[in-house]
Design a protein. Structure first.
Length: 363
């Protein structure tokens, strides 16, 4: 497997890592990046998480000049004047706008450290396991152009497993389900390598879309993605609640074209989320069916962990446990599992070499 690129040429990342042990590596910053569809998080070695902002960029609609990034830009979603556009440059976990992603990365890297000594930071970027070689190249080139000295890509479910504290070096099954904004990643890991992996481009964004579509069909109410996300967070659930809840929602009547307010319940939103949740559950079932028998037996007692922002949906652990018959555990902080895993990998370069050795046969 090839994880590093230098000057446009593919190189074996073990050589990159060996070189990073040199004097040059000692005096540079090491950062781990969770470049997510919804949020970007950055971990700096010896400092922890220093950036946690939305993957949103406000740009001039005519010149494409970047106006603002992150929290400021997200406030503008659906509210910008004609000359500005608030965009999310990643879709389904991969880059959809190369130039804007590069500017966003450059902004976050500069925010972490205004000036890196001796040629810029060494960067570990967590990427979806299902991306293509072209998409991998786009991520790497964006990181290099944003100021990185060397770039190593690690697959999100592997990094998430490290971040939640799974004993991935043991000769036993460790299963992780990482539900992000654009993708759901599943991996079964043993002896520091991925034995089986599956991914689907369904995540938090598709849940928001399902809510938007439901309200439009049931109430002729048009809402934006920010409002849909708020509904999901406040009353969304995957499993019946002990006490069902409701909230008022404001939007635009698609027939009359006028502002409109309705009240919706958690039961309605649970039904609306049924489609994306079924796709995620089907993916998990498929992964379990393909799991080798010896490892499958480990999961009877161990179960699997949930990570990623989508894992915060109320009752998702109960819903998936009921479907699979396995224990389902929620990571202590699902949102930071991936970036913490990237940071832990930075602290242990030997782990990257073990990962390469264990996964060469998958590529």
């Amino acid at each position: 497997m090839t994880l590093g690129i230098e000057k446009g040429l593919l190189v074996d990342e073990s050589r990159v890592i060996e070189r990073e042990r040199s004097v040059l590596g000692i005096f540079s910053k090491d950062i781990g990046i969770d470049l997510g569809t919804a949020n970007t998080l950055i971990y700096v070695k010896d400092k922890g998480i220093v950036v946690r902002e939305p993957s949103v960029v406000a740009i001039d609609a005519f010149t494409r000049k970047v106006y603002c990034v992150g929290d400021e830009a997200k406030k503008m979603l659906g509210r910008t004047p004609g000359n500005l556009r608030a965009v999310r440059p990643l879709k389904d976990g991969v880059i959809s706008d190369f130039e804007v992603t590069e500017e966003m990365l450059r902004h976050f890297i500069r925010k972490v450290e205004s000036r890196f000594s001796l040629g810029g930071p060494r960067v570990v970027v967590a990427v979806p396991s299902g991306i293509t070689k072209v998409e991998r190249r786009a991520v790497e080139e964006s990181a290099y152009n944003a100021g990185a000295r060397s770039v190593i890509l690690l697959e999100e479910p592997f990094v998430a497993a490290i971040g939640v504290g799974l004993p991935i070096d043991e000769a036993a099954a460790n299963m992780i389900v990482d539900i992000g904004g654009g993708t759901t990643e599943i991996a079964i890991i043993s002896l520091s390598g991925i034995v089986l992996k599956r991914s689907i481009r369904v995540g938090g964004d598709e849940m928001d879309d399902a809510i938007m579509n439901y309200l439009k069909q049931a109430y002729t109410l048009v809402i934006g993605q920010r409002t849909a996300e708020e509904i999901k967070i406040r009353i969304g659930s995957a499993y019946p609640l002990d006490e069902e809840i409701s909230m008022e929602v404001r939007g635009q009547d698609s027939v009359a074209g006028l502002p409109k307010m309705i009240e919706i319940t958690s039961e309605e939103i649970r039904d609306a989320l049924g489609g994306p949740l079924k796709e995620i559950a089907d993916l998990i079932r498929k992964a379990l069916e393909l799991c080798p028998a010896e490892l499958s037996s480990d999961l009877v007692d161990r179960g699997f962990f949930l990570a990623g922002g989508g894992a915060l949906l109320r009752g998702l652990d109960n819903y998936l446990s009921e479907i699979t018959g396995l224990p389902v555990l929620l990571a202590e902080d699902p949102l930071t599992a991936v970036v913490n895993g990237a940071g832990m990998a930075l602290e242990n370069i030997e782990l990257l070499l073990e990962y390469k050795k264990a996964t060469d046969n998958l590529y």
